[in-house]
Design a protein around this ligand. Structure first.
Ligand code: KIV
Ligand code: NA
Length: 264
């Protein structure tokens, strides 16, 4: 199969085909996740929690992401491999592009993801000018958990919702290729999805996003604290490949997420 690219996911949005994303942090899982048809494999900084045992993503380094991304990408044939820029690795455009280059060259990532809206516009523009594909991540941005005062739904107040919409449109104008929406009320996520030309990939953001993403360990039910928006697909006698396939199918046929995994 042909490799999924930023063009592919944009076409999927325009055709109304759901984009399926899942994390993978090692070679064995990367191969299975790729084989089961996941479109975008995320080497996310949630590895700080599920691989390293920290209670946030704050301690994760660029080297940590590279270590996992190098193990993942060579095992994939079809998926677009996305890697997170970790906390404090993109505080200005030059630092960001230097670290993005490392994720792509040493880590073999195809696209990088960073958290933030307005504050990241210059960085997104800089990366775009230099041919680095970028996915933005807004709503709940876990790297700023200590500033946010906990993991909570974002955009419930009118002002916050307006800000999120203007951030998303500005990120698109700056050249972002996609945007992750985390813990955003269903109606706001739908509005963002309708107003943007680039795909939205939701986690705790309702079924009207252009795609969905989950952390693999949550999806197979082995996280110590599974968030409300995740679901265990490793049940009914399924093995791991079948559980991943069930997740892929559930996103495509709109049976995941259900209202239980959403915020209103
Ligand atoms: O690191 C991660 O797993 C993520 C997803 C929650 C989108 O950023
Ligand atoms: Na992340």
């Amino acid at each position: 199969p042909n490799r999924v690219t930023v063009r592919t996911i944009r076409e999927m949005k325009s055709k109304g085909e759901k984009i399926v994303s899942l994390t993978a942090y090692d070679s064995s899982f990367a191969r299975v996740v790729d084989e089961q048809g996941v479109d975008v494999i995320l080497v996310g900084d949630s590895l700080g929690m599920v691989m390293q045992g920290h209670d946030s993503t704050v301690p994760v380094s660029v080297d940590d992401i590279i270590y996992h991304s190098r193990a993942v990408e060579p095992q994939t044939k079809r998926a677009l491999v996305m890697a997170d820029l970790p906390f404090m690795s993109y505080t200005n455009p030059d630092q960001a592009i230097g670290n993005a280059a490392r994720l792509m060259q040493e880590g073999r990532a195809h696209i990088v993801k960073l958290e933030g809206g307005e504050a990241q516009l210059d960085t997104v523009r800089h990366m775009t000018r230099h041919g680095v594909p970028v996915c933005a991540h807004i709503g709940l941005t876990p790297q700023t958990v200590h500033k946010l005062g906990g993991y909570r739904v974002q955009g419930r107040e009118d002002d916050a919702a307006k800000q999120m919409l203007s951030d998303a449109l500005a990120l698109q104008d700056a050249g972002a290729d996609a945007v992750v929406l985390e813990c955003v009320p269903v109606d706001l996520a739908q509005q963002l999805t309708e107003e943007l030309e680039i795909p939205t990939i939701g986690i705790g953001a309702g079924r009207n996003c252009d795609g969905q993403v989950l952390v693999l360990q949550d999806m197979i039910g082995i996280s110590s604290l599974a968030p409300k928006f995740s679901l265990n697909f490793l049940k009914d006698g399924r093995g791991i490949p079948e559980a991943i396939k069930a997740y892929v199918d559930a996103v495509r046929d709109l049976s995941f997420p259900t209202d239980d995994q959403c915020f209103f």
